[in-house]
Design a protein around this ligand. Structure first.
Ligand SMILES: *Cc1c(COP(=O)(O)O)cnc(C)c1O
Length: 356
């Protein structure tokens, strides 16, 4: 048995793989593959419409919030956001919480001024900044709700920052209930928690658009995508389809609240096991720990390698920490079963016991 703890692309529900593979051969009993149909057809249009509607429903979004499925991954959003929201002479507020936040900051600087309003750089990104103060003149505040590499997560969202709130939710979207209407822009690459690589979910409050003076290339202007109902050009058809199936699965399994409950359970099991075994060290500030990506180390290199080998032998996939951090990282996205978490925690206990 394989336990897939990959950080992204990552585990998806088995039902999604089955349905998606059937549709590659014969989509909805049409005799055609999902890969060979036009996007502007009565076959694909309902797929895009359902995907967008499911996002609205699952997140309980109001009518100011538009749902788009775009190309380019979350990385494209690092530049598309400031291009659409930040004038050259204005400032955007950013929080600096790790690798992903820093990539977003770098791109924003090419469009306007960036003010860092909270940073955990000094402690190597082991925490989430608290009590941040956003200048009221800022065009928006950007946060990375879950730092996939550092293993931190915002548990107190700065909803009342007083300016449009923008969030990179690539690695925790649909994992917990938030007040999604209080965000003005949410973006997430699909490949962590909601589908296959190749498509990006963008949710935008249309009222914040139209305030920048620069000329925005057609394909990068959110307003054009809104007007064309996310079909401005050929969308990544298959990736949208897989995201739609994953969202359907999510809805059929109790929606975001049910996922949150299960994710709490999984994270509690993993972290309480780590905390009970002194062999394993957890670098992240306890109250800022991510429920999606748990990071831990073993002090002795040889013992670390030994645990790696044991995990490999037992079918645990994707547990190596990011190359910039080292150690281990266990990703527990929605589709990861609690049985997989149980399996690795049992292995941790067995290994720690053996080591005395
Ligand atoms: C993976 C990840 C990204 C990058 O996503 P791409 O789709 O590869 O561009 C950005 N932000 C966070 C938080 C991520 O986890």
């Amino acid at each position: 048995m394989i336990h897939n703890f990959n950080a992204g692309p990552s585990v998806l529900p088995k039902e999604v793989f089955e349905e998606a593979s059937r549709s590659v051969l014969n989509f909805n009993n049409t005799g055609l593959s999902i890969l060979e149909i036009g996007h502007r057809t009565t076959l694909f249009e309902p797929v895009m419409a359902e995907a967008r509607a499911l996002v609205k429903e699952l997140m309980k979004l109001d009518n100011d919030h538009e749902v788009l499925f775009l190309h380019g991954g979350a990385t494209t959003q690092f530049m598309q956001i400031p291009m659409n929201l930040l004038n050259e002479n204005e400032i955007a507020a950013y929080t600096e919480t790790g690798t992903w936040a820093n990539k977003a900051i770098k791109e924003a600087k090419t469009f306007g001024h960036v003010e860092i309003v909270g940073s955990s750089k000094e402690n190597n990104y082991r925490s989430i900044p608290k009590n941040i103060i956003t200048p009221p003149t800022a065009s928006y505040l950007h946060i990375t709700t879950n730092e996939t590499i550092a293993g931190t997560q915002w548990h107190a969202i700065p909803y009342d920052c007083g300016v449009p709130l923008v969030a990179d939710m690539s690695s925790d979207v649909f994992s917990r209930n938030l007040n999604f209407n209080k965000f003005d822009l949410i973006y997430a690459g699909a490949q962590k928690n909601m589908g296959a690589a190749g498509v990006n979910l963008v949710i935008v409050n249309k009222n914040i658009l139209g305030n920048v003076k620069r000329v925005i290339p057609t394909i990068l202007d959110y307003r054009n995508h809104i007007n064309e109902e996310s079909m401005l050009n050929t969308p990544p058809v298959f990736a949208v389809y897989v995201a739609m199936l994953t969202l359907r699965w999510l809805q059929n399994n109790g929606g975001i609240s049910a996922m949150e409950k299960l994710n709490n359970k999984k994270a509690n099991l993993l972290y309480s096991t780590l905390d009970s075994l002194p062999l394993f060290k957890t670098p992240v500030n306890i109250e800022d720990r991510s429920e999606m990506n748990a990071v831990f180390t073993i002090d002795d290199k040889e013992t670390e390698n030994e645990f790696h080998e044991l995990c490999k032998k037992e079918g645990m996939v994707g547990i190596k920490g990011h190359r910039s951090v080292g150690g281990f990282r266990i990703s527990m996205y929605n589709a990861l079963s609690i049985e997989s978490v149980k399996a690795i925690t049992d292995l941790m206990k067995y290994f720690a016991n053996k080591k005395g």
